[in-house]
Structure formats: C-alpha cells, structure tokens
Design a binder for this molecule. Structure first.
Ligand code: SF4
Length: 494
C-alpha cells in the first residue's frame, strides 16, 4: 500500500520518471522520489513512475528523466529504453522521440561515459533546478526547450561546460510516499544534512557536496511530525548527521516521543565513530535498533592520517565499547583495502585492532566489512592508481583467514566489480559503445571482458596532475586547483 504525503496533480505533459533498477530500490531513493513528488504535484504535468520491473509504456510520453545513483545503473537505463523501443544514442532520436535526460550522484560525479545517450544532464542538487526544467518542458517544443534548458546553471550538454547546482537547504526533503514495497518498508526517511565537512581524500559524497549544509531544526521537527501521522518508522539521513548543530535536540525530540508511548522505530544507517555517545546509543536502542555501522576506512593510524580521516584508535575502541555497554547487539566496522600508500603493516593493523576489540567486547557482534578503494572524480585521489586485482585478492584472503582466527567475521565487496566501477567512474565519452556492448552481452562480469576484447577501449588507470581530465567539463567547488593543493599536501607529509 502507498500513502501519499502530498497533493497529487495532473496535466497534459507526460514525463516518465525512470529509476534504472527495481521498484523496491526506487522507493528507497530519496532524491528520485522527491523529484517525482515535484513533478507529480505540479499542475500541467502528468508524472509516471517507472522502474526496471515496472515499465510503463504510456502513449505520448514527452520526456523521460532518469536518476542514476550507482555506476552500473546504465544497464537499467538501456533496459528501460530497450523495452520502450527507443534508440540508446541521442543522435539516433528525432523530434518524434521523447526528450531524455538524467541526473543523480553518478551523473554529477562524471557524466562523460553517458553523455551520448542523453539530451542533457543535471549536475548537482535537483530540487530547485527540476521545477524550472518542468516549466520549460511543458510550454515549449523539444528543440526550444533544449535551448532554454541549456542556459540553466547545473545543466550539462556535451561539448559545453557546466557549473554544479548547489542549493541552500530550505524545504526539508523526506519520503513523499510511504510504501510497504520499498527497501525500507513503511519508513519515513528525512534528510537532516547534506555533505560532510571532513573531506576524507577519497570521498566523493563529501567533495561533490561541499559546503556542508543542514536544515533548520524547526523544519525537521515539523517534517518528523508529518511522518509520524503515517508511520512509526523514522530514519535520519545525511553523510554527517551528527554534525547537525541541533543533532542532540533532534535525538531528544525523538526520545520524548518514545517516552510518551509512541512505538517509534528509529533508524540511523551509520554512527560517526568520533561522536558516539551513550545517550545516542540508548536512544537508538529505545527506538528498536540492534546493530549499527561505524566507518574507520583504515585500521592503521598512519594511513587514516594520510587519507585525512583524522580518527584516533582510542576513539574506535571507545565507540565499540559505548555501543556494547548501551545495548546494541553488534557493530559493523567498515573499511577499505587498497588505499594509496597502503602496505603490509597497514593490513596487519586490522588484525591487531581486531584482537583488541575482540578481547574487550566478549559476546558482542563485530564484523569487519571491506570494500576496495575506487578512485573517484573531484576528490584529491582522482589521479591515483587503483591497486591491481591480484594483489587485492591476496590481501582479501589474508585478512579473511587472520580475522577468522581471532573470531571476527569479515565481508568483502567484489574486487572485480570494484575494478569496473573504477573504470566507469573515471571514464570519458569513448566508453559509450563499450557500455552498449556490455548491455548487449548481458551485463555480467564476462560481458565486460568480452566487450573489452572486442572494442579495446582505452582504460586509464592513472592520471597526471597537469592533464585534462574527462570530468574537467564540470565546475564543482572547491575546484581542481584546490584538489591539486590537497593532493600535494597529503603526499608531501608522508
Ligand atoms: S567522514 Fe565519511 S562522509 Fe565524511 S568525508 Fe569522511 S568518508 Fe566521507
């Protein structure tokens, strides 16, 4: 069942709001759902939702908007276009086809591999830009609309440059449709802050969302009250939620609700390691949370300092102890392997840290969760080399074995998929035929290998500081010059 938290509208202009994955994930994507809400509540617009398992083939679709959150989402984009019998390449679509555009974190980070498929792309925050685009679309022909949209800040059109749209956070964004079909079933997710001021050198969530911004406390509370009219499951969202200036007050407000008898289920996806307090954990436990996650990124203090994750070992030890003492059943400790400059000593630090945590927290669930370092555009590590697959596999085997010996379970992301993620993240427009070939071959790992063999696209693993990068077409604060300074600062202080 779906409960709409806003008044719907309709109109003559039909836009397909397409999510390139299954509906369960579409309903859990706050950015996508919020833009759908904007379209669905606007007069003159007939907004239709569409996902890979729920493809709407309505007549007279005038435009299709895709939201891309993950690097492999191009498969879903092609899947939907395929089912609708629409050519993939923009150059093959004449006036009779809908206008097709995309936005979302993947596009904001690097639109280049996908630019041949879209008429235009949205870079950055969409909540203010999207209504302007809809206004233009509903009252202009396709070619006129394209010309007008191309002049808006935050819009990227191939062969041009674009400035990222960054909004001051005014109207709080929350789940506009509560659904039992979503990945977060019947949950009201509310964004309380955007970005993160820590600037870890690999972190695209921080670097593409600067400066850190937060919503007004009063607005958040008002939205939470609205959510509670429809559900008792509330989740707070943001890369650095505990940096919200009123974070404690928000937690108190939620705790008071629980104390007043409301059976509130509270969700916070991860805790910031250096700010875990007994009170915070107690509130989460009262809200029904049993497990949580902390991100330490690396076990060695040397490596953490190098990547700008300024977290002391004692803070990790304290975070685990506080979580255990205040009622959580277990903690996932998230880290990476393959970070620039990582050596065997850094890997062995995981075992040493694991031993300390195991000894001090008997009976408490501790799991080390690893992914491999994927260099991302717009970060100080955008130029660095990704470690080769064989060497990463060796590290994975070693860690799995050694951590199991001390009674700590471990999970690893797929090294092979992470490799392809790195290729797509830093790719250019030359990847377009490669992506189509991968899709045509089914999209599994083997499809990447065979497309590589057939098309031999140039895959760059490392970039020079002074070379022009594919994603230099975007202007994103703080800009390339400051990224170079930060790169030099980090490597100089080794
Ligand atoms: S603390 Fe987390 S969100 Fe913030 S910059 Fe570091 S990795 Fe990114």
């Amino acid at each position: 069942m779906e409960k709409y938290l806003y008044k719907r509208n309709s109109g003559d202009y039909t836009i397909l709001m397409a999510y390139p994955a299954i509906e369960e994930f579409a309903l859990a994507s706050l950015g996508y759902m919020w833009l759908y809400k904007i379209a669905d509540s606007m007069s003159g617009i007939n907004a239709l939702r569409c996902s890979t398992d729920n493809i709407v083939s309505a007549k007279n679709i005038q435009s299709i908007a895709f939201s891309m959150s993950f690097d492999f989402d191009f498969m879903g984009v092609f899947g939907i276009l395929d089912k609708l019998h629409i050519p993939f390449y923009a150059k093959d679509r004449d006036e009779s086809y809908p206008l097709i555009f995309a936005g979302g974190p993947v596009i904001t980070t690097n639109p280049r591999p996908y630019e041949a498929f879209f008429d235009f792309m949205l870079i950055g925050d969409g909540e203010n830009l999207f209504p302007k685009i809809l206004d233009i679309l509903k009252s202009n022909s396709k070619s006129e609309a394209l010309e007008l949209i191309g002049k808006l800040e935050g819009v990227y059109i191939p062969d041009k440059t674009a400035v990222k749209a960054t909004v001051p956070l005014e109207d709080v964004i929350y789940t506009p449709i509560i659904s039992d079909k979503g990945y977060f079933k019947d949950t009201f997710v509310i964004e309380i802050a955007r970005g993160c001021m820590n600037r870890c050198a690999f972190c695209t969530a921080s670097y593409t969302n600067l400066p850190f911004r937060s919503y007004q406390y009063e607005q958040i509370i008002k939205a939470i009250d609205l959510g509670l009219e429809y559900t008792n499951k509330i989740a707070l969202l943001g890369a650095q939620i505990s940096a919200h200036p009123n974070f404690n007050e928000i937690m108190h407000y939620l705790e008071d609700k629980i104390d007043s008898g409301i059976k509130l289920e509270l969700g916070i996806s991860s805790l910031r390691t250096d700010s875990v307090t007994p009170k915070m954990v107690q509130t989460l436990v009262k809200g029904g949370q049993k497990h949580s996650t902390i991100a330490i990124e690396a076990a060695s203090e040397r490596l953490r300092r190098f990547i700008n994750k300024n977290l002391k070992e004692q803070q990790i030890i304290d975070a685990v102890r506080i979580s255990r003492e205040n009622g959580l059943k277990g903690l996932k400790i998230y880290s990476m392997i393959g970070l620039p400059t990582e050596n065997q000593d850094d890997i062995d630090e995981f075992i040493r840290l694991g031993k300390i945590l195991r000894a001090e927290n008997k009976g408490f669930g501790i799991e080390f969760s690893f992914s491999t370092f994927v260099p991302k555009p717009h970060t100080p590590f955008q130029w660095t080399k990704r470690e080769d697959t064989k060497s990463l596999e060796k590290k994975q085997k070693y860690l799995e074995k050694q951590l199991a010996k001390i009674g700590i379970s471990s999970k690893f992301s797929s090294i092979k998929w992470d490799y392809w993620q790195a290729v797509l993240s830093r790719g250019g427009s030359e990847l377009a035929p490669f992506l189509v070939e991968v899709y045509n071959n089914g999209g599994k790992i083997g499809a990447y290998k065979s497309a590589l063999k057939t098309l031999k696209p140039e895959i760059k693993q490392e970039f020079e500081l002074d070379e022009v990068l594919p994603w230099d077409v975007l202007e994103i604060y703080p800009g390339k010059k400051l990224l170079i300074n930060e790169y030099n600062r980090l490597f100089r202080r080794l």
